[in-house]
Every structure is written in structure tokens, then in C-alpha cells.
Write a protein that binds this ligand. Structure first.
Ligand code: ATP
Ligand code: MG
Length: 180
């Protein structure tokens, strides 16, 4: 099924001059670029881009908790709590600061099952756990335990919409509903 999805090359991808290589991977796979925008995004946009509900906060918090467990560290030593909700809220604050700290390249990609296929190419949220053939695994080895100790989100180069409703919402937010 032909679909559109929102991709954002994050400040680490732009700073490291990886945009061309990442876009090539999508074009090589057959995705068509429908719209692009290089921008220093306002905080208010990122506040609306990332969810503010307990389910999302908890999911983000649990990624840290799992990651700390994997490496045998106590999350309380770094985050002061082991409550996934509180950890998720803290990560969102860092994320909004990070995403507005420099230019990002937002784009709408179109292709067969674009939402699922683009996510597959991005790989696991935590680059250290991402398959080396994916964008996050190929260009980064960052992990939550290291990132959280430095009071920052993981630098994983790319955002991609997770499901159809999210894609529609995010494309409208960044590019207007006529592109969704
Ligand atoms: P994205 O939404 O950016 O495509 P994702 O859906 O894989 O990534 P989310 O759970 O939506 O991941 O988290 C959004 C972003 O927040 C991640 O891409 C990452 O940059 C950051 N992040 C999420 N969880 C953590 C964490 N536990 N520690 C540090 N950073 C995190
Ligand atoms: Mg997400």
C-alpha cells in the first residue's frame, strides 16, 4: 500500500554531514521524496511533535530501565528514580532541547508500506542495540546509559513516524495537511 511518512534527520545527522548518505539509502530502496525542509525548529513544535501522555513517557522510561539492566548499572544512580514515568518526562525535556539545538532536515517520504519499511531501515531506538545494517546501527553506537549519564537523549540520527495516525499528524504538523 502506498503510504507517506515523516522523517527527521536530527541535529547529530546534520552536524555529522550524513544527510546525503542517509537520503541515498532511502532513494536506493525506492522511496520518493515528496517534501523537505531544513529548519531550526521552535520548541513549541517539538513539544507537540513528541507525545505528552503517560503511555509514551512510560515506554521511553522503560527503554532506559532495560538498557541500564543490560549493562548491569543502577538507574537510580543516574536518574535519581526508577519510575519509568518520571524518567520518560525527563527524557522528553532533554529531547526537546536537543531537537531545537541546531538545524534538522525534515522530509516526507512516499513508498510501499512506507511507515513500516522506513522504521525497519532506521533500526532500534538505541543505536547500540540496532542491527549494523540499519541507519542507527551503521552510524552510531550510542546507548541510554551513556546518554542519560550525560543528561541527554540518545543520539540516534533519525526520527520516523511509528504508525499511520502518527504519520498523518506529524506530516500535517511539519508540512501542512495537504501533504499528509
Ligand atoms: P523516533 O520517535 O525518534 O523515531 P523511536 O520511535 O524509536 O524514535 P521513541 O520512544 O519515540 O523512539 O523516543 C523518541 C526519541 O527519544 C528517540 O528517538 C531517542 O532519541 C529518545 N529516547 C527515547 N527513549 C530514550 C531513552 N530511554 N534514553 C535516551 N533517549 C531516549
Ligand atoms: Mg517514536
Amino acid at each position: 500500500m502506498l503510504e507517506r511518512t515523516l522523517v527527521i534527520l536530527k541535529p547529530d545527522a546534520v552536524k555529522r554531514q550524513l544527510c546525503g548518505r542517509i537520503i541515498s539509502m532511502f532513494e536506493d530502496a525506492g522511496f520518493k521524496i515528496i517534501a523537505t525542509k531544513m529548519t531550526i525548529a521552535p520548541k513549541e513544535l517539538l513539544e507537540r511533535h513528541y507525545p505528552s501522555n503517560n503511555k509514551w513517557y512510560t515506554s521511553v522510561g522503560n527503554k532506559s530501565i532495560d538498557n541500564f539492566k543490560e549493562v548491569g548499572l543502577d538507574i537510580k544512580d543516574v536518574m535519581g528514580t526508577d519510575d519509568p514515568l518520571e524518567i520518560g518526562k525527563t527524557v522528553k525535556k532533554w529531547l526537546v532541547d536537543y531537537m531545537t539545538s541546531g538545524p534538522v532536515l525534515a522530509m516526507v517520504l512516499e513508498g510501499n508500506n512506507a511507515i513500516k519499511n522506513v522504521r525497519k531501515m532506521c533500526g532500534n531506538t538505541i543505536p547500540s542495540n540496532a542491527d549494523p545494517s540499519t541507519i542507527r546501527g551503521k552510524f552510531s553506537i550510542d546507548s541510554s546509559d551513556v546518554a542519560n549519564a550525560e543528561h541527554r537523549p540518545v543520539h540516534n540520527l533519525i526520527h520516523a513516524s511509528g504508525e499511520p495516525d502518527e504519520a498523518k499528524y506529524e506530516i500535517s504538523l511539519w508540512f501542512g495537511s495537504e501533504n499528509a
